[in-house]
Design a protein around this ligand. Sequence first.
Ligand code: 6PG
Length: 241
Amino acid sequence: MQINLQIFENGAATSCAVAELIKEKVKATPDGKFLNIAVSGGTTPRMLFELLGNEYEKAIDWKKVRLFWVDERCVEPTDSESNFGMTYDAFLQKTLLPGENIFRMKGEEIPEFEAERYRDLLRKELPARGGYPVFDLILLGMGNDGHTASIFPNDLSLIDSELSVAVNINPYTQQKRITLTGNTINNAAQIVFIITGENKSKILKEIVQSAPTATNYPATHIGNSKGKVDFFVDKTAASKL
Ligand code: 6PG
């Protein structure tokens, strides 16, 4: 995989760089077209969402953006664990992004039914290539175990699943998850990992330096159809490089 690594001063600068990337991609989106973005959950993207909901609120033509999710925890949207809930709190409750452009995964529904509903939705709303939906931009995080989306090191089969969206279980908490699979993620035009914090530095080093152990990590198997992937990281995450 060709890793385009960019190291920023801190989490704020990293988030700002991603916001600028989104702004430029929206500007480049022709009228009448949408920029289809899928976002992740966890803690790292919160700073980005707060930026998009404040400093970038007026700087981006949100009518051109459609927002989807990479994964969701199978909880109510009001639950503190909800990825949608976090994004709503930090960004969506104050955004100009039209409601009809927001396509959340419904963590409160029966996971298998919701995964099927989301597969159908992506088939209807997005272009496809090789039988998988094509996003313009996917924003990923990485756990300090090398997991990404809700694909964990204990089971890499979702990297090459025939399904575009699947149900999985977090092996550490037994929490059910709905997640885009590897083939859907790798079909995207651009994939950006946002990685901050010293606790990610060991795994990041192994992945960037193609250590033999890196093949155990789902994040290693991510790259777009041209074999490219962007890593926007802060200095602490890059501290072992
Ligand atoms: C999730 C995410 C997951 C996340 C990593 C990193 O639902 O948890 O989508 O893949 O990106 O767990 O999480 P942090 O940003 O909290 O370290």
